[in-house]
Design a binder for this molecule. Structure first.
Ligand code: SAH
Ligand code: SF4
Ligand code: F3S
Length: 470
């Protein structure tokens, strides 16, 4: 029996991939351990979306140097988008790495580990096909064909033991949108949709293991377009057909998806938010900017008016819909007036929450070469003010929930003793005092207090606690 420890950075894709790797390692008799000191194999699943994200991973890897020195037999590997980006160049910064694996080659790790010499040359697995071994920085790593990866991506054992009450399920990989600022299409490759049968099989396996909430994952889930349509109904968008199929499982209480692109919303998909009760009233809909000039420069393929109209239709389909978004401030060429337009749009739409970022130059992207970069200090100011505005909006929205009774999926314990924690259909965190046996259940909670990041609540007195039970 050998021990491993995985550290995950980045988005849900990496979280999902780490889970997949756990499943594959368990099949080969590896055991997950909580501390680095016990691990024979340490794997960092790394992100490259912004420079800061990449720097964080490098810093964490550097911290492992003394451990490798004290115990040379330990295998240290790095994966995820940053591994794909850096490839063999990673060794120049972190020479003690034994393994560098891009997201498309993750499945090859378990079989290759056994033959890896912790003191020998590093194994570089990037691209989506054959391996290339290298002894020193400077040698080339091969990048192989795309077709093989779809086949590889179909075998996905889920981690052993009970599935998480709330689980991710990848329905597509890669991205074809090439937004001017974004590194994802270069690192995760072209868009590939998994066959519906494979997705349904994985959903059934999750549900059989106790999962009750599934979040479908992909960089652009609403452009889901499998080449083999077999079990899906013709005459409707494949993503809509897939959502309906999944919602039909009686064991599935909640269904979500992320991320969707505003340009790919069909009328049928909008309508589902009003007609499919299992589909949660919650949507992450990246806006990025409120200025048409910046949206055009970003290559987002919608404008301010189009986005607003989409929001209007979505809210018409379901007035309860909680919306969140992503905002980038300081994209090259963004003037004060452009940024103000984003502020105005945030105030007009009133998202439940936003994720906001300072624009960051990324390798290979078009934006990297654009003129009129916004100074760092100016980006910081815009980010600060954007977040200040949104905090006030989020708090106001959350305060309207005080006094309401909401359905909460209890996922664990809260921070205080005796407290439980869960999420509403709108994805808001609710902490409330309650008995432990409520974990894993849906229950009604009366909201008593609102904060920016969470709500406080209590179990209503004398009630029929369960909306549904397992
Ligand atoms: N596929 C999703 C999310 C991609 S990454 C989508 O299309 O929305 C998550 C977020 O990171 C993006 O929505 C964007 O807001 C932000 N982001 C991506 N690249 C960035 C960069 N170079 N600088 C700053 N923020 C970036
Ligand atoms: Fe990046 Fe745009 Fe693709 Fe999202 S849609 S992953 S932001 S290129
Ligand atoms: Fe990061 Fe790759 Fe996700 S760059 S955000 S881990 S797709």
């Amino acid at each position: 029996m050998k021990n491993y420890h995985i550290i995950t950075f980045g988005c849900q894709m990496n979280v999902y991939d780490s889970g997949r790797l756990r499943g594959l390692l368990a099949e080969r008799g590896w055991r997950s351990v909580a501390t680095l000191a016990e691990a024979d194999f340490i794997f960092l699943n790394a992100c490259s979306i912004r420079e800061k994200a990449a720097q964080r991973v490098i810093a964490r890897l550097k911290e492992l140097k003394p451990l490798k020195k004290a115990r040379p037999s330990v295998l240290i590997g790095v994966g995820g988008c940053l591994a794909e980006q850096e490839g063999v160049a990673f060794l120049a910064q972190i020479p003690f790495l034994s393994l560098i694996v891009g997201p498309g080659r993750l499945g090859e790790i378990p079989e290759r580990l056994a033959s890896l010499d912790p003191q020998g040359p590093a194994l570089i697995l990037t691209g989506t096909g054959r391996a290339s071994e290298t002894a020193s920085p400077g040698s080339e790593n091969e990048v192989a064909s795309e077709e093989e990866s779809e086949i590889a991506s179909e075998a996905r054992p889920t981690p052993p033991g009970p599935a998480a009450l709330s689980s991710f399920l990848t329905i597509m990989e890669g991205c074809d949108n090439f937004c001017a600022y974004c590194v994802v299409p270069y690192l995760r490759g072209r868009e590939r949709s998994r066959p519906p049968a494979a997705i349904l099989r994985e959903a059934e396996s999750l549900l059989a293991q106790g999962c009750r909430e599934i979040t479908l994952l992909g960089q652009n889930v609403n452009s889901y377009a499998p080449t083999r349509l077999d079990p899906l109904e013709p005459g409707q968008p494949p993503f809509v057909a897939l959502l309906k199929k999944l919602a039909a499982y009686p064991e599935l209480w909640r269904l979500r998806f992320t991320t969707s692109h505003p340009k790919d919303f069909s009328p049928e998909l909008i309508e589902l938010f009003g007609s499919l009760p299992t589909l949660c009233p919650q949507l992450h809909l990246p806006l990025q900017s409120g200025s048409d000039a910046i949206l055009r420069a970003m290559g987002r393929r919608y404008d301010r008016a189009g986005y607003l109209e989409l929001v209007r239709q979505l809210r018409q389909a379901n007035p309860q819909l909680a919306l969140s978004t992503d905002i980038i401030v300081g994209f090259p060429g963004e003037t004060e007036a452009d940024w103000r337009m984003t502020q105005e749009l945030l105030a007009e739409i009133r998202f439940d929450s936003i994720f906001s970022f300072k624009y960051s130059d990324r390798p290979q992207t078009r934006a990297q070469n654009l003129p009129n970069k916004v100074p760092e200090l100016e980006k910081s100011r815009r980010l600060f003010e954007t977040q200040l505005l949104q905090k006030a909006i989020t708090l106001e929205i959350n305060q309207t929930l005080v006094g309401q009774t909401l359905e909460v999926l209890v996922t664990g314990t809260g921070r205080r003793p005796g407290q439980l924690s869960g999420r509403t259909g709108s994805l808001k965190i609710v902490n409330f005092p309650g008995p432990n046996w409520l974990q894993g259940q849906l229950t009604q909670v009366e909201i008593t207090e609102a904060h920016v990041a969470s709500l406080l609540g209590r179990l209503p007195e004398a009630q029929d606690t369960f909306a549904r039970s397992a």
